[in-house]
Every structure is written in structure tokens, then in C-alpha cells.
Design a protein around this ligand. Structure first.
Ligand SMILES: [Ca+2]
Length: 282
């Protein structure tokens, strides 16, 4: 689905990140805990089924400083992710969602706001809906699919960067999909996934297009959040509020798309600016 040119760019960028010695990026092979016969390498793409499973990218283990670089509240804190994990190369699409509906794993066909379905990101799905999807995908494949933790999401969005966006501190032009992002696409709606180049890990649309649900419950203060990459799934002041990340198409102010920006939404709520992507435990 990704043209060879973009794939090469992603590989080159990942190689640069590795050469820069960021954190503990390790190109060493590792075997899937599920017993895959072929070891997976960081940056490798895989798909666990041919009929509707999302394309996944192996993201390497490593550490990073989570939170805004500028002095602020909460202050940055170090997070270490001990194992590689799979991350959806794209936001989950309507086509992929429909496979879940057809497979009787997802109970709802969400509204598309008349923007089109196919390879646009599925929208108007609640956190509860997203959890139905990952449960179905896990049953279908026999693998552990889940939402990303908030820390994993930021790690994946940064892809080795320490800047506000994975490509630098300015939004620039044509890097992402949002009203203030300087691209020629229709900003009144979502864009087909993968319309912009991937980050250094090979992931598309981490910034913009749609907000992405993550596993964690919402807590304004991150001081007590896990530092091992796991999610804070309960024990928040309000467990019914969940975190979304990455901003969305509708923002005139692109600062909403920064790697560190957090938002919260009721877990049974939905909006046409919110979708999600999946993670897979390796
Ligand atoms: Ca996104």
C-alpha cells in the first residue's frame, strides 16, 4: 500500500535514528512470543491475516523522555519500553472496521459523516467500540491485539525525535492533515490514511487526521503514571474518561497535533474527529 519510495524514506529515517544512537534502539532479531517461525525485525511490516487485518510495523524497544521539552507541568519523565511491539502502520480504516462487523466482533457500523469510507480512518467510534475491535482481532488471529498505552503512543509518534512534531518544531507544509497544516486536501473532513509520509518508525498520521484513543484513563497529573510503557488502565480520578492523542483534521491551530498533546473524552462517547490505531504484543 505504501509506494516503494516512501518505504525507502522510512527505512532511511529509521537507519538515521539508529545511527544517532537514540535510546536503546536495537536492530537485533527477536522472536515473537507467540512463536512465529520468522523472527521480526524493528521496522518490519507484517499482517496477521490476509482478510481484513491491519498492516503492522515492528517498533523497537527503547527509552524516551515523555512530555513537553519546555519546562512545564507535568515535567518530562523518562519512560523505558522493554520490548519491541507492533503498531498499526495507519489509523484503523472503515474497510478494516467493516471486517469486524462482518465477523460479528463489532456491534456497530459507525456513521461516516458522508465523507466516504474505504481507506479513510474509521470515526465516530467510542473507546468501548475500539475495545470491541481489538478483542475481535485478537480472537481472529490468536495474537494479542490491544490499544497502545499513552506512553507507547508518544514513543511511537516521536519515533526518536525530541521536537514538537516528528519532523521538527514547526508544522511546515504538507506533513500532516489539519486545517492549519498547509496541504491541498479538503480540511473539512478526514483524509485517506497514508496521505502523508511516514515517521522514522514507518508510521503514518500519528500527527493529525484523527485523534487516536489509547488505553489509559484520564489523569491530568502524569507524575504517578507508569514509566515502563504500560497503561494506567484504572485508578484514575475518573476511569470513564480516556485519553486521545495526536490531534485531528479540524484544527486551524496545529499545536494541537504535537507529540505531547493530550486530550480526554468519555469512553462511551464518540466524535467524527476521533478514531484509533492498534498495537500488538510481540
Ligand atoms: Ca492520527
Amino acid at each position: 500500500m505504501m509506494p516503494g519510495k516512501q518505504r525507502s524514506a522510512a527505512c532511511a529515517a529509521l537507519a538515521l535514528a539508529l545511527a544517532a544512537g537514540f535510546a536503546a534502539f536495537s536492530p537485533e532479531e527477536f522472536a515473537s512470543s507467540a512463536g512465529a517461525s520468522e523472527p521480526l525485525r524493528a521496522g518490519q511490516s507484517f499482517r496477521d491475516c490476509a482478510d481484513g487485518c491491519p498492516e503492522m510495523i515492528v517498533v523497537p524497544a527503547g527509552g524516551f523522555m515523555m512530555g513537553p521539552t519546555e519546562a512545564g507541568d507535568p515535567p518530562q519523565r523518562r519512560v523505558t519500553i522493554g520490548r519491541p511491539f507492533g503498531v498499526g502502520k495507519f489509523e484503523v480504516t472503515f474497510t478494516e472496521w467493516q471486517a469486524c462487523v462482518a465477523g460479528k466482533g463489532c456491534s456497530r457500523t459507525p456513521d461516516d459523516s458522508r465523507w466516504g469510507r474505504a481507506n479513510r480512518p474509521v470515526i465516530s467510534v467510542s473507546w468501548d467500540d475500539a475495545k470491541e475491535y481489538v478483542a475481535w482481532l485478537s480472537r481472529k488471529t490468536g495474537k494479542t491485539y490491544r490499544l497502545l498505552s499513552e506512553a507507547e503512543w508518544e514513543y511511537a509518534a516521536r519515533a526518536g525525535s525530541t521536537t514538537r512534531y516528528s519532523w521538527g518544531n514547526e508544522i511546515g507544509r504538507g506533513n500532516a492533515h489539519c486545517e492549519g497544516c498547509g496541504n491541498p486536501l479538503d480540511k473539512t473532513r478526514t483524509a485517506p490514511v497514508g496521505s502523508f509520509k511516514p515517521n522514522a518508525f514507518g508510521l503514518h498520521d500519528m500527527h493529525g487526521n484523527v485523534w487516536e484513543w489509547v488505553e489509559d484513563c484520564w489523569e491530568r497529573n502524569l507524575a504517578d503514571a507508569p514509566t515502563d510503557g504500560t497503561a494506567r488502565a484504572s485508578g484514575c480520578s475518573d476511569d470513564d474518561e480516556r485519553v486521545t492523542r495526536g490531534g485531528a483534521f479540524l484544527y486551524d491551530d496545529p499545536t494541537a497535533l504535537q507529540s505531547t498533546v493530550r486530550n480526554n473524552w468519555s469512553k462511551d462517547g464518540e466524535a467524527n474527529g476521533i478514531g484509533f490505531r492498534v498495537a500488538r504484543t510481540l
